[in-house]
Write a new protein. Structure first.
Length: 87
């Protein structure tokens, strides 16, 4: 029993030690530009596939504590020729 707790303790210490600093080469990725005054990416208003990806990402983000999404007057792009996408 003592061995198990010792193993768990050492494993935890090793995992905690692996997450530390270094690097310094972090380059932030620029975010997509949004429609003025909204949280809707400009690409989602110009391309139906981008609109689908945006809505899919919003639907996949399951958080009860997230801030509400500001859509303002933005209109998502649609297509009369594209095949429907599975949900």
């Amino acid at each position: 029993m003592k061995k198990t707790w010792l193993t768990i303790g050492l494993g935890t210490a090793l995992l905690a030690a692996c997450g530390g600093g270094g690097g310094g080469n972090f380059v932030p990725v620029p975010s997509a530009s949004n429609v003025s005054g909204t949280d809707v990416p400009v690409s989602a208003t110009q391309d139906a596939n981008a609109a689908f990806e945006f809505v899919s990402s919003v639907a996949a983000a399951k958080s009860d504590s997230a801030d509400p999404l500001n859509v303002g007057d933005a209109s998502l792009a649609t297509s009369d020729t594209d095949e429907p996408k599975p949900l």
